[in-house]
Design a protein around this ligand. Sequence first.
Ligand code: DAK
Length: 262
Amino acid sequence: MRVMERAYQHLLVDLSDRVAIIRLNRPEVLNALNLALVDELVDTLERLDRDDAVRCIVLTGNERAFAAGADIMEMAEAGVVEMKRRNQFRVWDRIRWITKPIIAAVNGYALGGGCELAMACDLIIAGENARFGQPEVNLGVMPGAGGTQRLTRLVGKARALEILLTGDPITAEEAYRIGLVNRVVPTEACLDEALRLARRIAEKPPMAVRLIKEAVYKALDTTLQDGMEYERNCFYLLFATEDKAEGMRAFLEKRRPSFKGR
Ligand code: DAK
């Protein structure tokens, strides 16, 4: 495992087998997402996205919390002008444009902005002790980083509204049942399971992985017909890659392909 040489304030970042691991690191406040952490996280995601040594990213917290939400201390005294001036959501939106797959490994609390951060990732592996929720309503506000939008798309109107209107957290099992997470594993196995999945994806041809991710997000944003055309053009594009030639040749030669990302 290579510790990525760089000074981080609120993150720990490692690289192993072409998988980057980002750990949120404000354990004293259950990884509450302050402005500095979100800035550092998004900058780091963008840097890893440009790094050819990285093919997949795992984002995690600790056993007690993935993240218990935006930092309430930082918002408590802020008025509307200050919140608008901070323009926090513009930073957050940049996560959407990361081209490499991001897997959230969630143990403990994933609440408010923490749940929104997990949903902004592409896949979620949950430990048995994970708790997902959008408790903003209990603070007199509402989600502001995708809680009403992504959650509704993921689990449907009725379930989303119950979670959003009560503010009550749901268990990992329930999150699995309603399609919010990919799978539930024992708490201590959560990161390993996410890494195992990430390493499998890291072996795949990077350009195909990238275009599959792009096309799936397109499906959430467009009509079926436009999405089908988008998919087809992505498919054709892959015929320009060396990895397509390698993948098909390896199949015909009955050997494992070795993808180069070209
Ligand atoms: N912010 C700041 N500090 C927090 C925090 C938070 N969200 N959550 C926990 N902490 C701190 C606690 O204040 C406590 O600090 P000390 O008292 O030790 O100094 C420490 O973490 C341990 O927490 P507890 O003592 O409360 O631990 P418990 O096990 O008793 O309870 C809990 C755990 C998770 C049930 C509880 O801490 C809790 O209810 N936390 C708040 C959860 C919450 O309401 N989350 C939603 C926040 S609003 C944005 C993106 C999103 C948003 C806004 C902007 N951008 C795009 C930038 C969304 C808004 C939110 O997320």
